[in-house]
Structures are given as structure tokens and as C-alpha cells.
Ligand binder design. Sequence first.
Ligand code: FES
Length: 384
Amino acid sequence: MSHNGSGTENGAGGAVDLSDRSLTNEQILTEGLRRDDIEIVHYESAYPVPGTKAERRMERIVALMFLVSGAAAVAFVGIYIWGPFKPEYTFGADAYDLYTPLLGATLGLSLLAIGMGVLTYGKKLLPHEIAIQDRHDGGSTEEDRTIAVGTLGFIGNELGVQRRPLIKATLGLGGLGLGLAAAAVPIGMLIKSPHPSDNNPADPYFETGFNKDRFNDGKPVRLVREDYSPIKPEDVSVGGQMTAFPGVPGGTTNEFADSPVLLIHLRDEDAAALRSNLWRYSKNAMTVAGDPNSGAMWNSFVAYSKICTHAGCPASLYEQQTNRLLCPCHQSQFLITDNAKPVFGPATRRLPMLPITVDDEGYLVAERDFGVAVGPAFWERPTQ
Ligand code: FES
């Protein structure tokens, strides 16, 4: 085709009758260019002679990229559904270590391949064109809209996908694979359950390493440092705090990533304020079902989950003077003397408190697991 536009008016009618159904998309496009004062200053087919060896080779390269994209996306779906999934994560222990990297690699490869395929198609197989247009104000007339539709139809033809069945088929396959990958996550949630089963008795959403029955033969679990040394009350000075982990095998590893607590030694007056607030919430039934926090303090010591109830970051910046615990991710603040009530930021739920006491040897232990699920919300989480 020839592309020469020298417009005389903007969408107010022209030499060509656009209601004529016999007009081709190319004729409509040409009229549109003329009316829109668009001038094509350069137009060159990538392959002036269709069907040459070079064009076929380029088609095969693009088709290969689409195929790779589709295959990688299908691999993603397969790994997502049948991969070595298990909710307890122990790095270096087994094939599960590869689960997440493989998901990322396959989906990344799929997106990369389809992106490169589309780019290569646009750069190597589509005509090269430079157009110049003067801008004008106002909305579009009916005729302009007809032109826009005709133009899109023309572009569709010019893309040449119809006459390149290999690319059409492989693009369809690539798109299908990516569609499957996009659907895998919501569908996969219906296939897999992270809740307890015969094969997997743990319930990671509702229990932590302080569950004495599951992890410590029914004996209260000690609070330990990162090196597993147990903690005595005198190890934490007044107004001080310390991160504590469950003293069970693997208790300081990622296997129990949701278990850490911030052990705080409150000043006497702050401890009294917290104790009276706990009593108040208990009376008003404002706290969680079963009032898990009443009696959960030991003297002036309190242990709150470090897992922010907003999105699960570690909330561990404790400001001693104000008794506020700050989560650095989105600046939620929890007022410790008011039972870790969120007083600033996006978090809406209190931090769960771990019921603590001391054992016969004077070490701090958890009497039982948290009374509620720690961390951010999830679908099955009971309302508080
Ligand atoms: Fe703590 Fe968002 S994760 S404020």
C-alpha cells in the first residue's frame, strides 16, 4: 500500500464515504490518516517478498520462544500442584528446598520467553513505519470511531498472524500455558490443604514451637536464646527486652519461624497497668475467645508474639519510655501496657501473648501455646 496523508479537515466528512460497506480496511485507514493529518514519512516491510527463507527462519525463532513460554508455564503448574510441597520448612533437608526456586524459575522463564517472542515479532516481522501527526482538541465523531475500528482491523491484518499459522499456534499455546499458570494459584488452593492430615499432623496456622504436647512430650517449653541457652528472669533487666525462641529441637530455625516472642521485663508500674488492663478486657470479653491472656504474665514479665498481626513482619522495635512496640515494615505500633493494642498503623489486632511462668530450675517456660493463631489474618482464622 501507499501511505500518504495530507489532511484537509478533522472528522467532518471527506472524499471517501465511510458508510460504503465495500471499503477495505486499508482504504478506511488511508482516509483516517488523511483526516487526522497523519503523515507516514517512512514505511518499509520487514520482508517485502513474503515467504522468504529469512522470514521463515525468523518465524521459527519467534515460535520457539512462544513454545518455550508455554512449556515453562505448564512446568510451573505441574510443580505447583505436584511439587514436594509441605508446610514445615527445613532448609537443606530435602527436595522441598527446590520447590520455590523452581516455581520462580519456570514462571520467570515463561514470562521472559513470551515477552521476547512478542518483542522479536514486533521488531523483526512487522513493517517499520514512522508517522507524524498534529494533535487536535475535542472528542471523536462517529466517523472517527469508524476509522478507529477500521484502523485496528487493518493493524490486525498487518500483524500477519493469520498467514503465519506456526506463530498463531505457538502464541496460542504460550498464552494457554500462561493462563494455566495464572489460574494455578487460586485453583491450587482448592487442591492442597495446609491443615492437618494423616500425612501431616502439624497445623502450622494454629500452633507454634511452644506447643508442649506436640514438641516437648507434654512438658512446658523453655524460652531460649538463639544459641538455645535457656533464659532466667534475672537475665533481662527492668525495662529491657529479649527475643526468645521455643526450646525444642530446631526451635530457632525457619521450621518455627512464627514462634519467636519478645520477652519484656516491664517496670513495676507498667506491669500493674498491663495487669489491670488484662483484667478489664477479660471482664468486657474484649479479648480473644477463652481469654488466653489472663494469667499469662509472670510477675513483671510478659512475652508477646513478634509476628506482626498486619502482614507478618517481626515487630521488635521496643520503645521503653512509651511502652510501644513498633513494626518497621509499615510502622504499626502496639501499646504493651494496653495488652499490645494496635495504636498506630495498619495493624488491627493485638499481638498474641504467650502464657509464661518459671519452672523448678528457675527458667522461664511457656505454660502452653498461644491462645490464638499468631501473625496476620488468613481465611480460616476465627474472628476475634
Ligand atoms: Fe507490621 Fe505491616 S507487617 S505493620
